[in-house]
Design a protein around this ligand. Structure first.
Ligand code: G1P
Length: 293
């Protein structure tokens, strides 16, 4: 029997330089896709996967995230007085949604370092890491698919997707072998991992996407991991260290991933989510059609 995965770590201390000036005074995690902040999509995915303990690794200038998942007394009172019960429900649901703990990453020293900051809150149990920038729209929530693979293998699981062409060098990449006869060929046994390989030197086209299920051994591995790409402590390098002790699997999840940390990815996600919405979907479709591009 594997231990249940109930905690999800959200690294959210990054500076969001790709979205300046929008992110000068507000966290990139709070940029909305239609009307919901990016990070809330991730939190809802965690809940849908049965994980109800959220740990957010924050930094300076990120207090809007804490406020978002807190009660908003004045706003709720105002909505109540005005009889706007639908909006009141929406606002209350956000704060009632989760148990959330915050830990500060004082310096942006990399994703591996951010995960290490959550060590005490996670304790000695398997946990998930979710990068909110990677918004995944799947028939089954991505994290739920991965937890199933974790329960079957008892090992750490990394989400992957095929990326072709030079863009592969923007990712961590796995060198893996398909596990036959399980999960419809979606599971890979990992032999090696490389963070941001040069195009042409990449070990495969299976890029790491921002979802991980990790065993607590990762903390000891990260302790021993030297700084890597960009002079940062990389989670990919930590997992490479972990691989010396434990098996790791890649999981080519089912669903569409939007890179909401990238300008075009963000715009595409906005359009895709808007088209699916009952309140603005029809208008959006008609507008796009009217453009005759
Ligand atoms: C991080 C990880 C990388 C992964 C990517 C997915 O990189 O280090 O391995 O492929 O997220 O979004 P970043 O995008 O922070 O440079």
């Amino acid at each position: 029997m594997t231990k249940k995965v109930s905690k999800v770590v959200f690294p959210a201390a990054g500076l969001g330089t790709r979205f300046l000036p929008a992110t000068k005074a507000q966290p990139k995690e709070m940029l909305p896709l239609v009307d919901k902040p990016i990070i809330q999509y991730g939190v809802e995915e965690a809940l849908a996967a049965g994980c109800d303990q959220i740990i957010i690794v924050t930094g300076r200038g990120k207090s809007a995230i804490e406020d978002h998942f807190d009660h908003s007394y004045e706003l709720e009172k105002l909505l109540e007085e005005k009889g706007k019960t639908d909006l009141l429900t929406v606002v209350r649901q956000i704060s009632d949604m989760i148990h959330v703990a915050y830990v500060r990453q004082k310096e942006a020293l990399g994703l591996g370092h951010a995960v290490l900051m959550a060590r005490e809150l996670v304790g000695n149990e398997p946990f998930a890491v979710l990068l909110a920038d990677d918004v995944i729209d799947g028939p089954v929530p991505c994290l739920k698919q991965m937890i199933k693979a974790y329960e079957e293998t008892g090992s750490s699981i990394i989400a992957t997707q095929a990326v072709d062409g030079p863009a592969i060098s923007q990712y961590g990449v796995i060198d893996g072998k398909t596990v036959r006869g399980k999960f419809g060929g979606r599971l890979f046994s990992v032999n090696n991992l490389v963070e941001k390989p040069k195009y042409g030197e990449h070990p495969s086209n299976q890029a790491i996407v921002g979802r991980y299920i990790l065993t607590p051994e990762i903390f000891k591995a990260l302790d021993r991991t030297p700084l890597g790409a960009g002079g940062e402590l990389q989670l990919t390098d930590g997992m490479k260290m972990l691989l010396k002790k434990e098996k790791i699997f890649g999981y080519n999840f089912e669903g569409v991933r939007h890179d909401a940390g990238d300008k075009f990815g963000f715009l595409r996600a906005t359009v895709e989510f808007a088209l699916k919405r009952p309140d603005v979907g029809k208008q959006m479709r008609e507008y796009l059609k009217s453009k005759n591009l």
